[in-house]
Write a protein that binds this ligand. Structure first.
Ligand code: HEM
Ligand SMILES: CC(C)=CCC/C(C)=C/CC/C(C)=C/COP(=O)(O)OP(=O)(O)O
Length: 297
């Protein structure tokens, strides 16, 4: 056997790829903003530790997701190059890495911060891995609606790390990210439909069709917009957050109307769907950034 036919040994880049670092930047950012929006100023070292734990916990969840679904990842163009389907890593290494990192992040958060934050971190890891990845993803097109709750916990974790408790504002932030997830993901699923169909994953456009998916994106955006504006409407934030929320949500809604009312043409490049997906990410970055600016300015 020549060297070129041997599987490449995994290096640190493969372990980093297991943690889905690009997706997790926003997860960590919402956690950081949840922490900085709290009325209690956390000690900087404890604050740094809390964010590190959210990042490590989210990364662990990503690794366990990739450990479990290497078979699916090998069938989709977007995911074929990941360390497991590409044969650069043993499945056992991914499992050990994921379990070790998950345990480390939760224990460190419990010791350094508090049990409330550590408990919610543990719930979000278990939710993403067991409820979304293992249970729902291959069974129902509602997978991301229910499973998406996992990604909505970080603002609560950040807040709890600072205060030791939860309150109305972080709960509203949880609801916002929870309701944001369907438009975020289904916009992508519309232009990635073929990939999901090839892997046999029952995502909404594959199972219910494009028309129904477009309608669902529209329907989820209505309560999402209400959740985005609620912190201001309820007097939990000031005008900086309020105006930013109104303006950015209006843009979001306008893009959704375009996507919801569209019919795919032959050879469609799906530009409005791609634009909505990209904007959905920018939207949360701006909204959570405004929340912190509002609290500190
Ligand atoms: C079950 C819920 C969710 C699903 C199924 C989902 C799915 C996806 C998928 C498939 C991608 C493309 C990633 C890739 O190319 O590898 C993506 C991108 C992304 N997602 Fe989500 N997502 C979910 C929730 C979230 C949440 C809660 C956040 C953060 C709060 C988030 C943040 C992002 C970001 C930042 C990207 C862009 C990554 C890049 O630049 O490549 N997602 N999402
Ligand atoms: C703090 C903590 C534990 C947070 C968890 C973060 C979390 C649940 C993020 C969800 C975003 C995500 C990676 C979706 C990918 O879905 P997928 O797995 O279907 O995507 P894939 O096809 O790219 O694997």
């Amino acid at each position: 056997m020549t060297a070129t036919t041997l599987p490449l040994p995994a290096d640190w880049r493969d372990f980093l790829a297991l943690t889905k670092p690009r997706v997790m930047t926003l997860v960590v950012f919402t956690g950081l903003c949840g922490m900085l929006a709290a009325p209690v100023l956390i000690d900087p070292i404890l604050g740094f530790t809390a964010i590190l734990c959210i990042a490590l916990g989210a990364g662990a969840a990503g690794a366990l997701n990739q450990w479990y679904e290497a078979d699916l990842d090998s069938k989709m163009k977007r995911t074929q190059g990941r360390p497991l389907p590409a044969g650069r890593m043993e499945r056992g290494s991914a499992l050990h890495f994921g379990v070790g990192l998950a345990a480390f992040s939760v224990i460190l958060m419990g010791l350094a911060n508090n049990v409330v934050a550590a408990g919610i971190l543990a719930v979000s890891i278990l939710f993403y891995v067991l409820i979304y990845t293992v249970w729902l993803k291959r069974r129902t097109p509602q997978n991301i609606v229910i499973g998406g709750a996992a990604g909505a916990f970080p603002p609560l974790i950040g807040w709890a790390a600072a205060t030791g408790d939860v309150a109305t504002l972080p709960v509203l932030l949880f609801v916002l990210v929870f309701l944001w997830t369907p438009p975020h993901f289904w916009a992508l699923a519309l232009f990635m439909k073929t990939d999901y169909a090839a892997a046999g994953v029952p995502m909404l456009p594959v199972v219910a069709g494009e028309r129904a998916t477009r309608t669902q994106i529209g329907l989820y955006t209505i309560p999402m917009a209400a959740a985005a504006i609620a912190p201001w409407a309820l007097g939990l934030t000031g005008a900086i957050y309020g105006w930013v929320a109104v303006a950015t949500t209006a843009v979001f809604a306008a893009m959704v109307v375009q996507v919801a009312t569209r019919r795919t043409q032959p050879n469609d490049t799906m530009r409005p769907e791609k634009r909505l997906f990209a904007y959905s990410i920018l939207y949360l970055f701006i909204l959570f950034g405004a929340l912190v600016a509002d609290r500190w300015i």
